[in-house]
Design a binder for this molecule. Structure first.
Ligand code: AMP
Ligand code: ZN
Length: 472
């Protein structure tokens, strides 16, 4: 029995899939105009843990993650530049070169964090027809209107608008929409006071001047490109059906993007609720409780972590120090603490002999934690209790099972590069052991320790360093 906090109902609920044994899961994915940072990955780790917990509970999960390669403007509403077009202009590349380059970088980091690949990565530009079809339905049902800048969704026609964030629609107040051409290089701003309501959003945007954009498509409304929000509704319904189980994203997606997804989907498909459970991950913040973001400039990528000697899995472990709905603050001390703790954990585990079996007591405690709205700090505490309990049985089998959810490769041996001088001392120590010279052997072990290396005696020979034993 898994309990999940549903943003829609503001309650922890017992999760029940629409089709028995199967879960449709959609995650708002990356906008591929630049490198993703460790904050972005906190959101994907949260989605991955959710997926692993559902799988652990015997459910079959069909997971879709979208790739935004058009239409996401610098503001989550409908103003500013298209991030992809702006990046292409800046780097003097095609939009497709940009999106593929940054997606490849993203996918490499995704793998390093041991995140399970989705059933499908759905690219916005590969689903233009589906998006146009959906806008057509909304138009036929009378939910849209046209401005000089595009086709807009009239939120005043959807009585439930704002249900996630408890936001009240502000009546027929005129809003502002802004169109900024990119490739001409001229920052021309045309403010259009044509939106009927502040909360109305673009479904389709017109191209503007010829040659202004690289990415544009023909549509019943003229040459243009889809607004950012429509892609998630069109693609999720294509692969998961017109009503599905769980939708995730970072907390910043909730008040605009997800409200808009709900409005257009419930109006087009007529299903209520369109998505049964909405889940939002809290931010990774930098000091001063500011969100780590590309625009704020202070970001850290997975590659930068690695260059600083922090493995991606140690970062994954670090994210478990807070529950997913609580902010987590990035600091050098906190991450260092997590790196040391993860190394120590793997080190201890590598020294545990596998005597077979399972430890039901600890496994039960662990399951209670993960099934209580993904309480990962609690689950990690159970894992530590287990590894430290000298009398506990079935440790290795239990750790292996827990790692199905942690995804920390707790039992994976690391290939460690052993320097020649360390190797020579280890060989000398082995010789001393063969000659039963225990005093010398112990001395040499201490010498190795002093150099930051641990050695373990095995039935045949010894093991040096492996599995994070390098305690340097
Ligand atoms: P983007 O590539 O900007 O569209 O963002 C991808 C995902 O990362 C979205 O779900 C965002 O909500 C999430 N996100 C962005 N910044 C942070 C952060 N500092 N901490 C956690 N999640 C974030
Ligand atoms: Zn989305």
């Amino acid at each position: 029995m898994v309990k999940l906090y549903n943003t829609l109902t503001r309650k922890k609920e017992v999760f029940k899939p629409i089709s028995e044994g199967k879960v449709g899961l959609y995650t708002c994915g990356p906008t591929v105009y630049w490198y993703a940072h460790v904050g972005n990955f906190r959101s994907y780790i949260f989605a991955d843990v959710l997926k692993r917990v559902l799988m652990y509970n015997g459910l079959e999960v069909k997971h879709i993650i979208n790739v935004t390669d058009v239409g996401h403007l610098t503001s989550d509403a409908d103003s500013g530049e298209d991030k992809l077009e702006a990046s292409a202009a800046r780097e003097r590349k095609t939009a497709s070169e940009i999106s593929h380059f940054y997606f490849n970088a993203f996918q490499k980091d995704f793998e390093k964090l041991n995140l399970i690949e989705p059933f499908k990565w759905t690219w916005a530009t590969e689903h233009i027809k589906e998006q146009i079809d959906m806008i057509n339905i909304l138009e036929k049902k009378g939910y849209t209107y046209k401005t000089s800048d595009g086709i807009y969704f009239d939120t005043s026609k959807f009585a439930d608008y704002g249900m996630l964030s408890n936001k009240k629609i502000c009546g027929l107040e005129a809003g502002a929409s802004q169109h900024t051409p990119i490739s001409t290089g001229v920052k021309r701003k045309i403010y259009l006071r044509e939106k009927k309501n502040k909360t109305d959003f673009a479904l389709w945007k017109f191209s503007g001047e010829p040659g202004e954009r690289q990415q544009e498509w023909k549509s019943p409304w003229g040459l243009g490109f889809p607004g950012w929000h429509i892609e998630c509704s069109a693609m999720s319904s294509k692969y998961l059906g017109k009503q599905f189980d769980i939708h995730t994203g970072g907390e910043d997606n909730m008040p605009i993007h997800h409200e808009n997804e709900i409005a257009q989907s419930e109006c087009a498909f007529g299903k209520k609720p369109w998505v049964k459970t909405w889940m939002h991950g809290a931010f990774l913040n930098i000091k001063g409780n500011k969100k780590m973001s590309k625009s704020a400039g202070k970001i850290m990528t997975i590659s930068e972590l690695e260059r600083g000697g922090i493995s991606p899995l140690a970062y994954r472990y670090f994210t478990y120090s807070a529950k997913y709905r609580k902010p987590l603050v990035w600091s050098d001390e906190a991450i260092k603490g997590a790196v040391d703790s993860y190394k120590r954990l793997k080190n201890i585990i590598s020294g545990i002999e596998n005597k077979g079996g399972m430890n039901k007591k600890y496994l039960k405690e662990f399951e209670e934690r993960i099934n209580d709205d993904l309480d990962m700090p609690g689950a990690v505490a159970v894992l530590w209790k287990l590894v430290r309990d000298e009398k506990a049985e079935g440790k290795i089998g239990t750790i292996k099972k827990m790692d199905q959810v942690f995804g920390l490769e707790l039992l994976k041996e690391e290939v460690v590069d052993v320097p020649d001088d360390v190797q020579a001392i280890a060989d000398e120590r082995q010789k001393a052991r063969d000659e039963k010279d225990w005093v010398k052997s112990d001395k040499l072990r201490d010498k190795l320790r002093g150099m930051g290396w641990a050695i373990k005696d095995r039935k045949e020979g010894y093991e040096l360093g492996g599995d994070g034993n390098n305690i340097k």
